[in-house]
Design a protein around this ligand. Structure first.
Ligand code: HEM
Length: 126
């Protein structure tokens, strides 16, 4: 039958809301990441990341209804993402994931994905 998605297993939208809000709270005081954001209001960026992650993990398809195919590599081309930017992103995300209160198996699955995804979006060696 219908396997229960990771999205549902970890608590649905509320959990993703909490994780992405915590991530952006950290971005707001990160001197590497904050200057990359084209808009002063991080609210819309927060919503896009939340909807993307919800969709990726088996939740509603709202991200693609609004934004089309994710094409994340293409969408990150305007931003220089080298090792410093990747590490800053993962630093913020690590706090968010660790504080989300997931059980260890789900925490590890989510974290492994974040590391893989951040590495895959690098577009600079410096
Ligand atoms: C958008 C930076 C990694 C998902 C953005 C934006 C910036 C950015 C500056 C534009 C903000 C906006 O939407 O207005 C970075 C940096 C990363 C990184 C420095 C370091 C590796 C990731 C990862 C994911 C991700 C790993 C997914 C797991 C997204 C999504 C958007 C976005 C979904 C919005 C795309 C759209 O619909 O336009 N990112 N990002 N990013 N990022 Fe990242």
């Amino acid at each position: 039958g219908n396997p229960v998605s990771f999205f549902e297993q970890v608590g649905g939208e509320e959990t993703f809301h909490r994780i992405v809000a915590r991530f952006y709270k950290e971005v707001k005081s990160d001197e590497v990441l904050l200057p990359l954001y084209p808009e002063e209001d991080l609210g819309p960026a927060e919503e896009r990341l939340r909807l993307f992650l919800m969709q990726y993990w088996g939740g509603p398809h709202t991200y693609s209804d609004n934004r089309g195919h994710p094409r994340l590599r293409m969408r990150h081309v305007p931003f220089k993402i080298g090792p410093v930017e990747r590490d800053a992103w993962l630093r913020c995300m690590r706090i968010a994931v660790d504080e989300a209160g997931l059980d260890e198996a789900h925490r590890k699955q989510l974290w492994d994905y974040m590391e893989m995804a951040a590495n895959s979006l690098m577009n600079s060696f410096s």
